[in-house]
Design a protein around this ligand. Structure first.
Ligand code: FPP
Length: 240
């Protein structure tokens, strides 16, 4: 079916970050196991990636697995790991064909070797693509990222006077990637949950009620339109 031409605001966010929340509730509403919700959420990603390309978004960051998620029941954690494994196996060629560059935010250590290998291959295969940069925050925590950055600076015997905000940014997993303009958390929950706590300092946040597996092109467009109505001040006073 032909899609309607989207009514985009003058300023489309260059970088959108998403906390894909609500998979468990989506499954529960249907009497399905939680993993079925994660599978539906994974399928939904494809729609959102396509919509980002269509709307001209250049960077998309998704919160796929946090450092805290290891504390979930073992069967859910191992099920999620299998989903990641399958996705890297199955979707990589298609993502590459679409011109998506994959990046990983977080720690690769702690993941099983077969998965680490697939992630490394995916990063290598897609590194020269530039249609959309897809940052997958996976085994990621915002505080952990800052601790990691501080340790790296100390290891390099960085002089205190050399430490600036720009320098810290360069030691984060997102080095070289512009800060997110818009962060979306689906399912009505309104928390940051350790996601991009440094990078999202001046982002606009929206909290749609829709559960992640149902959050499609139209919902993404509505969030972008909402972003277009916001007045971003970056701590300043704007003249009218
Ligand atoms: C939050 O919903 C969702 C997650 C913890 C996992 C999200 C992961 C995916 C959608 C898979 C992405 C796959 C790749 C390869 C990037 P929840 O379980 O907290 O939902 P609830 O709050 O309704 O229980």
């Amino acid at each position: 079916m032909a899609k309607d031409k989207p009514k985009l605001p003058d300023q489309v966010p260059q970088h959108i970050a998403i906390i894909m929340d609500g998979n468990g509730r989506w499954a529960k509403q249907r009497g399905l196991p939680r993993l079925a919700g994660h599978r539906a959420g994974t399928d939904n990603l494809r729609r959102i990636i396509e919509a980002c390309v269509e709307f001209g978004v250049k960077y998309l960051t998704i919160y796929a697995f946090s450092t805290e998620n290891w504390g979930r029941p073992e069967d859910e954690v191992s099920g999620l790991m299998s989903i990641f494994d399958e996705v890297f196996e199955r979707e990589l060629t298609e993502l590459h064909r679409q011109g998506v560059q994959l990046r990983h935010l977080g720690r690769l250590e702690g993941l099983r070797e077969s998965l680490r290998e697939k992630v490394r291959n995916g990063l290598e295969l897609t590194k020269n693509n530039n249609r959309l940069v897809l940052n997958v925050a996976f085994n990621y925590g915002g505080r952990d990222e800052i601790v990691h950055a501080i340790k790296s600076m100390l290891k390099e015997s960085m002089a205190p006077g050399a430490v600036t905000e720009d320098l810290v940014s360069r030691y984060l997993y997102t080095s070289g990637i512009p800060d997110p303009d818009l962060v979306i958390r689906t399912s009505g929950e309104q928390r940051i949950s350790n996601f991009l706590i440094w990078q999202a300092a001046y982002a606009e946040w929206v909290f749609p009620e829709t559960l992640w597996p149902d959050f499609g092109r139209e919902e993404l467009l509505a969030a972008i339109q909402e972003f277009g109505r916001r007045e971003r001040r970056f701590g300043l006073i704007l003249e009218h």
